[in-house]
Design a protein around this ligand. Structure first.
Ligand code: ATP
Ligand code: MG
Length: 565
């Protein structure tokens, strides 16, 4: 595996933060203003979380502001559904944008005026090359481009044609407005880049007002300038666009001169982080939707049981650098597990139930045991407490794996005839015998209750070796557990243009059932628990209900080495 990065500087001590700090200290700026500029053409993914934490994090650290701006220049791929989902994700992560949500389309009138300004200045022209011809004229890395035969149109002719483009007189692709820069430039982006193209499509914000739309490069920097963005932070693939960004800023009557800085995008092994690829998984129904708990989307991670803190901590752990690298997904899992280990309430669920009958107890015995749900470390740190009651009855379930027919040293912590076990949060019991079915499987264990005071050891001092989780057989509730594995079973599923769809793990979801303690049926959707000795599970946001509990496996208790090698 190439370049696995394991740790870096913290998110706010990154190189962009240093630049901001210096600019504030030198008086170059009074206040930092950043923006997060998603295109609403899909749901946000874990890579976007890095950009969100960086942009909003800078504003938080330096008492500045961060705008949320939808970069909406490709209406045919965009939708209100994506806009709503993106807003929800940013809010859920715990960030608040400054003022109203903004759209690049808010500036379409101004951008149009800028285009007219350039035409009048002789720095833009209407080009009527067909798309294939344009490609040919553009040249490539080894070959300079050629000037378009339309490059020397007069200002009047350009103004007229551009007005008619806007008025809808032409078909898509018939003409385009281009900046007159340099067809021989070593930077392809400066070879008379397109500023406006004709698209007869409705726009989710501007309706049918426009049939010409500005290109990203003609939009982004100017929008930054109009919003007074001081540091326009984006990913490295835009480095080559920076000269064009600056060219527009320097050749237009914009109200400010923002500056672009690039950082390395986040890639995770075993994961695709591209909206286009994630959309394919949704469109081809490989997953149930953008928020399927196997998706690396923010909404998928949320449904999986990630907390905002776990994602923010992860972004801090990986830091921000000037180069691209692949981060080991184990780091993300580590951030998640440590947050849940410290904060998730504990509860009991039995996945492979084996009935235990406590023979020295009255048939109708019922006892509510009051139990602390929070982990000790959290109680120590915060003084908080969260109590629940767990019903204890004559018949309970334990996990099949916790009982052995015969004692052996290897299984000395297990329950077996003549041996004792401590019920978690409960009493000590001793197995007497067991019952098998015709297939030879153990279907019932008989036991006697040895202690009757919670937390006490047996009077004869024969202490149990192990502690097992359990659920009342009569009061336990059946729940559906959705157990997730990796969606992609290849470390770099899309390296070198490989088709990531060939690496889909056919066994990434198994649905099983468990008997859970009654309090879990009442759990609020999205609450995450540590099912003791089993793993972290979250009450499904969509499907969990008191009469039909549904939990998603968030993550196992320990790192599974077999998965990360
Ligand atoms: P995708 O390739 O998934 O479609 P994108 O870059 O086209 O991503 P945008 O909606 O344009 O998505 O991204 C909004 C912001 O998030 C941009 O500033 C972009 O640079 C940043 N971003 C996108 N992907 C990542 C990533 N993997 N790591 C860090 N930042 C990212
Ligand atoms: Mg993009």
């Amino acid at each position: 595996m190439s370049e696995i990065r394991n740790s870096e500087t913290s998110n706010v001590n990154n190189f962009v933060a240093k630049i901001v700090e210096e600019d504030l200290a030198s008086g170059k700026i009074d206040k930092v203003i950043t923006r997060f500029p998603p295109e609403p053409n899909g749901y946000l993914h874990v890579g976007h979380a890095k950009s969100i934490c960086l942009n909003f994090g800078l504003a938080e650290k330096f008492n500045g502001e961060c705008n949320l701006r939808f970069d909406d220049t490709n209406p045919e791929k965009e939708s209100q559904e994506y806009i709503d989902a993106i807003k929800e994700d940013v809010t859920w992560l715990g960030f608040q944008w400054s003022g109203d949500v903004r759209f690049s389309s808010d500036y379409f009138d101004t951008l149009h005026d800028y285009a007219v300004h350039m035409i009048k200045a002789g720095t833009a022209y209407v080009c009527s090359l067909k798309p294939e011809e344009s490609e040919e004229y553009k040249g490539d890395f080894n070959r300079p481009g050629k000037n378009s035969p339309y490059r020397d149109r007069s200002v009047e002719e350009n103004l007229d044609l551009f007005a008619r483009m806007k008025a809808g007189e032409f078909k898509d692709g018939e003409h385009a407005l281009r900046a007159k820069i340099d067809m021989a430039s070593g930077n392809m982006n400066l070879r008379d880049p397109i500023m406006y193209r004709i698209r007869h499509v409705e726009h989710h914000q501007t309706g049918d007002k426009w049939c010409i739309y500005p290109i990203y490069d003609f939009t982004h920097g100017q929008s930054d300038a109009l919003e007074g963005i001081t540091h326009s932070v984006c990913t490295l693939e835009f480095e080559d666009h920076r000269p064009l960004y600056d060219w527009y800023i320097n050749n237009l009557p914009v109200p400010a001169k923002p500056q672009q800085y690039e950082f390395g995008r986040l890639s995770l092994n075993y994961t695709v982080t591209s909206k286009r690829k994630l959309k394919k998984l949704v469109d081809e129904k490989v997953v149930s939707g953008w928020d399927d708990p196997r998706m690396p989307t923010i909404s998928g991670m949320r449904r999986r049981g990630f907390t905002p803190a776990s994602i923010r901590n992860f972004c801090e752990m990986i830091g921000v650098s000037r180069s691209d690298g692949v981060v080991d997904i184990a780091m993300l899992e580590h951030a998640l597990r440590s947050d849940l280990n410290n904060n998730a309430p504990r509860a009991m669920a039995v996945i492979n139930p084996l009935k235990v009958v406590i023979t020295n107890m009255a048939d109708d015995h019922y006892e509510d045991i009051t139990v602390e749900s929070l982990p000790d470390s959290l109680i120590e740190a915060t003084g908080d407490s969260l109590k629940r009651t767990v019903p204890f009855t004559k018949e309970i379930f334990i996990d099949q794996d916790d009982f052995k027919e015969e004692y052996s040293k290897k299984f000395k912590k297990k329950f077996c005839p003549g041996k004792r076990i401590r019920l978690r949060n409960g009493y000590v019991i001793e197995a007497t015998d067991f019952i098998k079915n015709d297939a030879g499987e153990i279907i019932q264990v008989n036991a006697t209750q040895i202690t009757t005071v919670l937390g006490e050891d047996p009077a004869d001092d024969v202490k149990p070796k192990g502690v097992v989780h359990w659920v009342s057989a009569s009061h336990g509730i059946e729940a559906e557990l959705r157990v997730y594995g990796r969606l992609l079973n290849h470390e770099s599923p899309d390296r070198g243009g490989e088709d990531f769809m060939t690496h889909i793990n056919p066994e990434s979801l198994s649905v099983i059932s468990a008997i859970v303690e009654p309090s879990l049926a009442q759990a609020a959707p999205e609450s995450v628990f540590q099912f003791e000795r089993e793993g972290y599970y979250v009450a499904d946001r969509r499907d969990h209900a008191a009469d039909k509990p549904v939990f998603n496996l968030t993550i196992g208790l320990r790192e599974d080495k077999s998965l990360s090698q």
